[in-house]
Design a protein around this ligand. Structure first.
Ligand SMILES: Cc1cc2nc3c(=O)[nH]c(=O)nc-3n(C[C@H](O)[C@H](O)[C@H](O)COP(=O)(O)OP(=O)(O)OC[C@H]3O[C@@H](n4cnc5c(N)ncnc54)[C@H](O)[C@@H]3O)c2cc1C
Length: 472
């Protein structure tokens, strides 16, 4: 019996329940499909593909060590699978589920119809399931379906993806993922709890595992278990709170991945500002005239990453201050995040652009955020060098500087909006909305924990710590 194992967003050869299951059934054909329709979706980008291609190259090497050639094919998923199944006597197919995008769910439903129509058994395992620890899979006896041409991993250009320079992007592949996990649990993670919010410190203090979790080079369960093992070793000091806070985020991920994915929100066209296209383009380029916001947007473009609070600020400022369409800004952010994960991304976009849906609505003032998260101004100055002459005290509000006339509208833009006025308007709109919906206006000028923290979380799985509140 020849078994096809279909790799999707689980790009690893170890700790892979679906591969272990396939191996126990007979000769294995490991397949990855590059579906051009997937890569033509508006939320996909060149940096996503470059990370994926690096993961595939490593997966190919790892499978080769097990005696399996990774078969890469470009084309419509059903057509590719149908050809492989007929040509190589495949009698069964195994994969992990992919909660991914709306497109990938529709693809999976078409594949399910096709598999039924040709009588092929398709087993889908949850990617969060663990290989049973008491019966480690024996991959030594893996046999490959012989005589199949492996196929090349296409380039971004072959997929017609636009040029997407990201000079400081994290490298893809399991080796980089394991190195990040190890350095986080042994070194970097000590200051996680206190340094996770501000981009300059978060870059080192956060785990930086998101892109690996999104592409499946590491499984969530393996990260949970490694963290639990570290917690058992590291009692006391800053590690205790940091590792507990980290486990809480892993639990948040697990919860979010199980929730139904929301469609992208959209603002009514008649509510958009007249200069919407110009504002959107300025926001995308990091030229809004609001220094900390611009610094975060430019940093994101160059690195493919931002910590949680900065993501929340760029999204919320777009909706609350600049009145930008959340579908447009959410899509642009999705393209920029190397770790783009629809199940995590779109609920956040929803909540931050419609704060009335939050348990505790929050307003993000980019000036106050800049003062709080970048008190020395070093981060803002690095990414917005046009502000070199502005004194520290006015860095986040260069329009108040006596030399503003020489700078604004020339080397650096005038602010797109009056932040004070737009904050007051957003606060008033929120209070009104909450009154209309019968909820007391609980607006807090201070940052409050992420809304997911207000919801009860499911019982933690084995390995998760019991602490379920966030301690920002
Ligand atoms: C507008 C917006 C969009 C976002 N889009 C994405 C996205 O597309 N992909 C993505 O992985 N994360 C997304 N996040 C959540 C979060 O910002 C990132 O997971 C985190 O910044 C990634 O960096 P890290 O791996 O160093 O995180 P760490 O702080 O080290 O956290 C470890 C892991 O926990 C999970 N996690 C962290 N915070 C959350 C959260 N609030 N909810 C659920 N899981 C969480 C992630 O898998 C992360 O890798 C988004 C947040 C916002 C506000």
């Amino acid at each position: 019996m020849n078994v096809l194992i279909w790799f999707k967003r689980d790009l690893r050869a170890e700790d892979h329940p679906a591969l272990a299951m396939a191996a126990s059934k007979g000769p294995v054909l490991p397949v990855y499909i590059v579906d051009p329709e997937d890569w033509a979706q508006g939320d996909r980008s060149g940096r996503h593909w470059c990370f994926t291609a690096e993961c595939l190259a490593e997966l190919r090497e790892a499978l080769a060590l097990l005696g399996l050639p990774l078969i890469v094919r470009s084309g419509d998923s059903v057509t590719v699978l149908d050809r492989l199944v007929r040509a190589h006597g495949i009698t069964e197919m195994v994969s992990h589920t992919d909660s991914g995008s709306r497109w990938s769910r529709q693809r999976d439903s078409r594949v399910a119809d096709w598999a039924r129509s040709c009588g092929l058994r398709w087993t889908q395992l949850p990617d969060s399931s663990l290989c049973p620890a008491d019966q480690p899979p024996d991959l030594r006896d893996l046999r490959a379906v012989p005589g199949v041409e492996p196929g090349a991993i296409p380039t971004a250009r072959a997929l017609r993806l636009a040029e997407d320079a990201c000079p400081h992007r994290q490298p893809g592949g399991r080796v980089a993922g394991l190195a990040a996990l190890d350095s986080f649990l042994t070194l970097r993670g000590a200051s996680y709890r206190t340094a996770m919010a501000a981009p300059p410190s978060a870059e080192r203090a956060c785990s930086r595992l998101s892109a690996h979790l999104s592409h499946g080079t590491l499984s969530l369960q393996s990260v949970v278990q490694a963290t639990a093992a570290r917690q058992a070793e590291r009692q006391g000091g800053p590690w205790t709170g940091s590792l507990r806070a980290f486990q809480t985020r892993l639990a948040l991920r697990e919860t979010a991945m199980q929730a139904p994915t929301l469609p992208a929100p959209q603002m009514r066209a008649d509510r958009l500002p007249e200069d919407h296209a110009a504002r959107l383009s300025a926001w995308e380029r990091g030229e809004t005239g609001l220094p900390y916001l611009d610094a975060c947007l430019r940093y994101l473009r160059a690195t493919g990453w931002l910590p949680f609070r900065a993501r929340a600020m760029v999204m919320a400022s777009a909706a609350q201050h600049l009145a930008l369409d959340p579908r447009a800004t959410g899509t642009l952010l999705a393209r920029r995040f190397t770790d783009y994960e629809p199940a995590l991304h779109w609920p956040q976009v929803h909540q931050l652009s419609h704060p009335d849906t939050m348990a505790t609505p929050r307003l993000y003032d980019p000036v106050k955020q800049g003062l709080a998260q970048d008190p020395t101004g070093a981060f803002t100055r690095r990414w917005v060098p046009e502000l070199a002459a502005v004194p520290d005290a006015l860095l986040q509000e260069p329009w108040k500087w006596s030399g503003a006339a020489r700078l604004l509208g020339q080397r650096y833009p005038e602010p797109l909006v009056d932040v004070g006025a737009s904050t007051r308007a957003a606060r008033a709109a929120l209070c009104l909305l909450r009154r209309q919906t019968g909820q007391p206006p609980r607006l807090s000028p201070r940052l409050t924990p992420h809304p997911a923290q207000d919801r009860p979380l499911p019982r933690p799985r084995q390995g998760f710590t019991a602490q379920l509140s966030l301690d920002l």
